[in-house]
Design a protein around this ligand. Sequence first.
Ligand code: SF4
Ligand code: SF4
Length: 173
Amino acid sequence: MGAVAKYFSDVYRALATAFVGLGVTGRNAFTKPTTLEYPDQRWTLPDRYRGILHNRIEDCIGCLACARACPVDCIHIEISKRDKEEYGLTSDGTKITQWIPRFDIDMALCMVCGLCTEVCPTCCLTMTKEYELAVTDKRRMYLEFATERDKEMVRKKMAEKEAAAAAPPATQE
Ligand code: SF4
Ligand code: SF4
């Protein structure tokens, strides 16, 4: 092909390509947009969407079922038996017999399988629709749910136990 013929061939191809592109733009200018202006606009997520975990800790009975079900061991729970007069009730009436000084979930390890929520007897552990997991510090993905009251109660009981163990045995008269 001569230089002049190649020149006109290139011009023809460039124009044809431009018209194809303009055709696509024109078609989409009159159809519903498929993108959203995130973060001002957001998708409506399905009911069973699995996002970041949340524990409604006041309804947690410390049964450890969730931690046992977790395939990657990213739920860390510590429990301490309550005395009878300290028993409480969850919102569905289940008896609470444990203090829970630690209930942590490492979302950086969690694979969002949802198994822990399925075994929770009081349904207090749920997967929220919160999906924005990007953080600049991985420690922010470590979620802690234990209440100060439970931590304090366990600290107090430990201190009492230690004091009792350290006390000299009572002398018999
Ligand atoms: S969603 Fe799955 S991986 Fe994440 S904490 Fe629950 S059981 Fe573990
Ligand atoms: S399964 Fe539910 S009630 Fe039991 S420890 Fe986990 S979150 Fe608490």
